[in-house]
Each structure stands twice: as C-alpha cells, then as structure tokens.
Design a protein around this ligand. Structure first.
Ligand code: SF4
Length: 337
C-alpha cells in the first residue's frame, strides 16, 4: 500500500502552493483518479482536495456574452444549468451522454477534461507493454484488441482515444480552458489543450505540472438553434463512444453559413473535422454533400486490425448528426448510421 497524505485547500493560492510538493495531485470529484490509484496506475503522495474552493463552482456570464463554467461545477449541474441548456445545448447534450447519473453528480468539469483513456491495456498492469503507463515499454493495443482505439492522429507509440464526451462538444464550440499555475494565469484553446500521442503518449494534455484548471470559457453563443450531439456505443447508456459527433450549424435557409464538427472516440484528443467543415461551408444540406464531406475528413484515417469499421461509422455519424442539427430527420435509407 502506498503512503498517502491528504490536504484540503480552500482557495486557489493555497492549492497552488500545496501542489509544489513532490508527488502532489489535485483531486476534485475523483471519479477517474481514484480508479487509477486503486489500479496501481497513479501513485500520488499527497492529494490536494480542491472541492472546497467555492470560487471554482460558479457558472456565470462573461462581459462579452460568453459563459464561464467553473472547473468544480459538477457535470450534472453544468448540463442542467439554464444558460447551458438554452445557449449551449450541444454541451448539455454531450454532458448528459457521458457516464451515469451518479458519476455526473460527482464528476467535475475540470476533471472531465483531465480524464484518461479507457484503453484496457493502460488499466491492466498485468500487461507490461503500455507507453502511456510506462514510457518505452511498447503498446500492447497496436497488435492486440483494438476495436475501441484510434483511427485518426495516432502514433507508433500509442493508439488510445480520449474518452470524454464533454470535450468533444467543447472542441466544436471553441472553448477556452483557463488555468492558474506557479507562473500565473494563462488561457489554452481547447484545440491546444489535449494532445495527440506522438512520441510522448504519457502526456494527455499541455497542462504544466502544478497548474490548476479554474474554468472553461465559452464564446458568445452562435450555434444554439442548430446543434446535435450524437454518440454511438455498444449499449444505450454507461458506455464510452465508438464514435461520437458534435455538430453545430448556422443556416441560410437550407444552405450552410457556418459549421462546427468535432469527433469523439476516434483519436487521442477530440478531433475537429476541419476538412469536412470547409467542404460544407456554403453548401446545401443534403445527404450527398454531407457524405462527400465526411468521406474527405475520414480519408486520412489509418485503421488498426480491429477498428476499420469506425471509418464508415464515423462518416455515417457525421451525416446523421449534421442532418439532425439542421432539423432534418435522417433519411430512412440504410446509408445513415
Ligand atoms: Fe498504452 Fe496507448 Fe498502447 Fe493503450 S494504446 S496500450 S494506452 S500505449
């Protein structure tokens, strides 16, 4: 058993000071960290409990009309907040698609951003090969059971996917992650917050050691009227995505004025579908146009032995999510997921 110290911080400065200790880790809801500790994957020496920092729980409008969601806002509170539901329905839908009601009541927005991959080899220490857990050891998933793994942006070192639904919606909404650390405050775009694995799959994010997420800021709402989060998974609830799509539109009649599409379950980070977005901008909403845009996005996919099905699934999911965001029921033909 590892020796473990516990400290409670009641303001941000105290939390940052405590985090300077070797082996310190912040704990909020603990819904992922405690699993990692019990599994022998995470070994913090001191847990800094930040759940009593009231300033980090607030959800409030910003002067520019955007929304600030405190890092300690519970996932269920954020999903059910009136401003989130009415102005950022894409985010509300994504939050409610994640985990179970009990977990959403406990998990925080900041913790959701930090949750680690659910690759089975990462969690099972009986497997020696996992570059994310033990850098340089190899990747058991590459030639193992990889049905759930990445088809986009992976590396020879790691083919894991990010498990968060919330982060996929945040990627589509161009959220900003506000952090504070020993060197002050900084803002990180959601596109820069999570990493592709490259040569350092042990690093999930660009957060520096000792930095604390204080809030997630959303720009003024521009996509509330046409947004849809589609999650495809092996069972109807409490399962991670095989593929998910966050789609948001601005329309001129039935033509796309602006579009945001992000994919989950396909890469080490939420995957912004910028190729498909460019193909769709200015175009009519119809199945053929959407399929062509989705195919262009997935042309860069590199499947593994067990997950080639995700390429077609992701294309169909993009078509369906955008159609539903546009208020058009997907066609009844078999060409949609
Ligand atoms: Fe580890 Fe990544 Fe390979 Fe999974 S995919 S075994 S997390 S290195």
């Amino acid at each position: 058993m590892d020796a473990l110290a516990y400290q409670r911080a009641t303001d941000i400065d105290a939390a940052l000071a405590a985090a300077q200790q070797p082996g310190a880790a912040f704990i909020g809801g603990g819904t992922n960290l405690l699993d990692l500790m019990k599994g022998g994957i995470a070994h913090p020496l001191t847990l800094i409990d930040i759940t009593h920092i009231a300033a980090l729980e607030r959800i409030e409008t910003l002067p520019d009309g955007g929304l600030r969601i405190g890092a300690l806002a519970r996932n269920s509170d954020a999903a059910n907040h009136a401003l989130v539901r009415t102005r950022y329905p894409l985010l509300a839908q994504a939050l409610l698609a994640g985990a179970s009601p009990q977990l959403r009541n406990m998990a925080t927005v900041g913790g959701n951003l930090m949750q680690r991959t659910r690759c089975g080899y990462f969690y099972d220490t009986a497997f020696a090969q996992c570059n994310k857990r033990t850098p340089g050891s190899g990747c058991a998933a590459r030639d193992g059971v990889n049905r759930m793994h990445a088809i986009l942006g992976a590396s020879a070192q790691c083919v894991a996917v990010n498990p968060s639904d919330m982060s996929v919606a945040l990627a589509a909404l161009d959220a900003i992650v506000q952090v504070r650390g020993p060197n002050g405050a900084r803002a990180i775009s959601i596109a820069q917050f999570h990493r592709l694995p490259g040569e350092r799959p042990d690093l999930d994010t660009t957060l520096a050691r000792g930095e604390l997420i204080t809030s997630v800021d959303l720009p003024p709402p521009a996509f509330a009227d046409h947004a849809h989060y589609l999650k495809l998974r092996d069972r109807a609830s409490y399962a991670f995505a095989l593929v998910s799509v966050a789609a948001a539109l601005q329309l001129d009649g039935q033509r796309v004025r602006a579009v945001r599409i992000a994919l989950g379950g396909v890469a080490h980070k939420p995957w912004r579908a910028s190729v498909a977005e460019q193909r769709l901008t200015g175009q009519p909403i119809d199945t053929a146009t959407l399929r062509a845009a989705a195919a262009a996005e997935l042309a860069q996919a590199q499947p593994l032995k067990g997950n080639a099905f995700k390429i077609e699934l992701a294309q169909r999911a993009i078509v369906r999510a955008v159609m539903q965001a546009a208020g058009q029921a997907p066609h009844a033909s078999g060409d949609l997921a």
